[in-house]
Design a protein around this ligand. Structure first.
Ligand code: SF4
Ligand code: SF4
Length: 209
């Protein structure tokens, strides 16, 4: 009896072999993620949305040097620095980041910017939900990127901790805002100082009698 040609045998076996792959996959652990109903925890060093950090008293770590912007391969960062004054201080040293923007339509979350930052002002969080249908909304401003206030912090602008200098901040000698520290008036942002009357009370709250 003549033997069946090899090609005919393979033609019959190939579809069966294909189903074998399907059967094997049916008994494997499912990899489907039920996002967004079930959020998965990211790796601790995941590169997510950026954050502009503060010193323990609330002053900002960013000195407006633009090194992060120069390091960025996607040209996603825009920084404008400005001088601090004693009346309006945002960081312990001479300069601070007046304007800070990251364009997440450009950013590839590579992390080169945080490596370039000399003050550890810029780090990355684990937040990854950055999608938006508007390009304008993808440009995050300094106000959106600035870290919130922890205990012992006062919002900027405010005075440097008395008796310290910028170096002391980086040595870790300032651990909280000095007692009585108050937020200064941000005149450069259009805030108007509250005028006081002769009684020392804010305008419109003159003492009776
Ligand atoms: S993570 Fe990369 S692409 Fe995004 S802003 Fe930083 S340097 Fe630019
Ligand atoms: S985030 Fe860092 S590198 Fe960028 S401007 Fe501020 S201090 Fe400089």
């Amino acid at each position: 009896m003549a033997e069946e040609p090899k090609e005919t045998k393979q033609g019959f076996q190939n579809p069966v072999a294909g189903f074998g792959v399907t059967f094997k996959a049916m008994f494997k652990k499912r990899l489907t993620e039920q996002y967004p109903e079930q959020q998965k925890t990211t790796a601790p060093r995941f590169h997510g949305r950026h954050q502009l950090n503060r010193h323990p008293d609330g002053l900002e770590k960013c000195v407006g040097c633009e090194l992060c912007a120069w390091a960025c391969p996607a040209d996603a960062i825009y920084v404008e620095g400005a001088d601090n004054t004693d009346e309006e201080r945002y960081s312990p040293g001479e300069r601070y980041g007046r304007v800070y923007q990251i364009n997440y339509a450009r950013c590839i979350l590579c992390g080169l910017c945080i490596e370039a930052c000399p003050t550890r002002a810029l780090t990355m969080t684990n937040e990854f939900e950055l999608a938006d249908s508007s390009r304008a909304n993808l440009i995050y401003t300094k106000e959106q990127l600035l870290a919130g206030l922890d205990e012992g912090m006062v919002d900027t602008p405010h005075a440097i901790f008395p008796g310290t200098d910028e170096q002391d901040y980086y040595r870790g000698l300032v651990t909280e805002a000095a007692p009585g520290t108050q937020r200064q008036v941000a005149v450069s942002k259009g805030e108007v100082p509250v005028s006081t009357n002769t009684s020392g009370a804010p305008a419109g709250e003159e003492a009776e009698g």
